[in-house]
Design a protein around this ligand. Sequence first.
Ligand code: F6R
Length: 242
Amino acid sequence: MKIIRVKDYDEMSQKACELVSDQILKQKDSVLGLATGSTPEGMYEGLIEKTSNKEISFKDVRTFNLDEYIGLSEEDPNSYHYFMEENFFKRIDISPDHTHLPKGKATDLQAECQRYEDLIESVGGIDLQILGLGTNGHIAFNEPGSSFKSPTAVVDLAQETLDANARFFDSVEEVPTQAITMGIASIMKAGKIILLVSGESKAEALKQTINGEVTEDVPSSVLKNHSNVTIIADEAALSLVE
Ligand code: F6R
């Protein structure tokens, strides 16, 4: 794993933006794996600016998001569909039929998981996957104890994740308790992976990711088994790493 140490959130976002831009400039029809949450917001802002300045174009890029809450419609302001539209897709030159997220209101959720997995395969897989890190070491919504062999699946969210994500809802009771998530096996198929980590609240999880053993108890520790992972982390997040 390559570790890029940066000062703070802004520097992390800038570095991530540079690496994603380089990927698109090298391969204009790249397939990107994307994350939601607070961590990648600054990176998206940077990519929007580069698109406005005509430094990069998403015209031929395809995107696949990691996850979506079950039960929320695409128009729900707390859905990841909505987050991606507002924070990224509607502000860049990407074609709407090139952006993909699992459908959290699919009537047949098992079929939806398979459809999503097949769709990623059908475009040749993900070239570059962006990940955030949960305070409990989750990647996407693969919570501690998830099998490293897991494909895209319906999962129960851990209490720590419900608590962490309650900040976006009126109360913790409103956070959906299940999601569709790309599995660890799906994520590990990506050609390259960038893990973004910022802030003291992620320090313990990042320490376990980098210094700990590879174990299903810490989902992010699986990244040690991938041949092309870059971690961009700020000083606060790296504060416990030996
Ligand atoms: C989001 C996702 C999650 C987040 C993680 C960190 O699509 O898959 O794994 O990356 O929960 O969330 P933030 O960035 O809000 O701290």
